[in-house]
Design a protein around this ligand. Structure first.
Ligand SMILES: NC(=O)c1ccc[n+]([C@@H]2O[C@H](COP(=O)([O-])OP(=O)(O)OC[C@H]3O[C@@H](n4cnc5c(N)ncnc54)[C@H](OP(=O)(O)O)[C@@H]3O)[C@@H](O)[C@H]2O)c1
Length: 261
């Protein structure tokens, strides 16, 4: 066991996950970073090792969230190394754009297996450890589209609706075990996400929609890890979108359609 906290982050090889690993390490938290691209995790390892004294240690583990075995083995390796996992950031995810009827089934399956199965495998691997150690904090990385009428990005939005719904129920299920659950409702962020998005091509940017740097999201996640918030939206704009999704879904849906089509 270590006296420092340990964060386990899926999808730490780029974007939000990479930056979150860095921010946690800067604050002295040990980090387990998982992803498929081990070279990127090694790069992150080098960057963390060059931080000023007092930084957290980094353990890179190659693991595919689509496979339960990978996640179970990664958690075992993390426990063998650090003795505990205090924070899970279920971050790994992919995007898709395009009409459902035109979508390639392989793309749909990749999205569902990453954004849904991947989150389930991560949570199911970590929760038994957290129960054993007497508590923990699970942070889901969802999106402001989770409750949006989102034509032409419907599969992605539905996958985030799954994540946010799961967060809500798990919060009560795990309360008795002192495991807190926070749902991060993230708005548009600068990362590799758009370049790698599956499905229809077209505009990479959603018009002139303001975009956040990964640092802002990562700092928000680190902040959330020491606060017992149910849900966190970082910008006033994101809170406005979430409210609009609830109050005027058709209006938001028509606007979204113009952007995503
Ligand atoms: N960017 C945005 O505007 C935005 C907005 C709201 C929410 N989000 C959410 O934020 C999360 C992170 O996205 P990002 O913006 O940081 O995008 P990103 O730069 O593309 O990062 C995605 C991460 O997920 C990992 N990943 C994908 N498939 C995986 C798999 N099968 N197994 C393990 N890791 C996998 C990638 O690693 P490998 O490819 O190396 O495996 C990568 O580290 C996602 O859940 C996304 O839905 C993003």
């Amino acid at each position: 066991m270590t006296d420092k906290k340990v964060a386990f982050i899926t999808g730490a090889s780029s974007g939000i996950g990479y930056q979150t690993a860095l921010e946690f390490a800067k604050t002295g938290v040990h980090v387990v970073g998982t992803a498929r691209r081990i070279d990127r995790l090694q790069q992150l390892h080098t960057q963390i090792n060059s931080l000023p004294d007092g930084h957290g240690e980094f353990l890179p583990i190659q693991a595919d969230v689509q496979h339960a075995d990978d996640m179970n083995i990664a958690v075992e390796q993390a426990i063998a190394h650090f003795g505990q996992i205090d924070i899970l950031v279920a971050n790994a995810g992919v995007g898709h754009r395009g009409a459902l009827a035109d979508a390639n089934w392989d793309d749909i399956q990749t999205l569902l297996r990453t954004n849904i199965d991947g989150v389930l495998h991560s949570v199911r691997a970590v929760v038994p450890m957290m129960k054993k150690q007497g508590g923990g904090h699970i942070i889901f990385i969802s999106s402001v589209v989770y409750n949006m009428t989102a034509p032409y990005t419907s599969i992605y939005a539905a996958s985030k609706a799954f994540v946010s719904s799961l967060a809500k129920s798990l919060r009560l299920e795990l309360e008795v075990d002192q495991i807190h659950v926070t749902d991060m409702l993230v708005g548009r962020t600068e990362s590799e996400f758009n370049d790698k998005r599956m499905g229809a091509g077209g505009r990479n940017s959603v018009g002139r929609f303001p975009i956040m740097p990964t640092e802002k999201v990562a700092k928000g996640i680190v902040w959330a890890s020491s606060h017992k918030r149910k849900a966190v939206a970082l910008r006033p704009l994101d809170r406005l979108i979430l409210l609009g999704n609830m109050l005027v879904p058709t209006l938001i849906g028509k606007r979204a359609m113009r952007h995503y089509k």
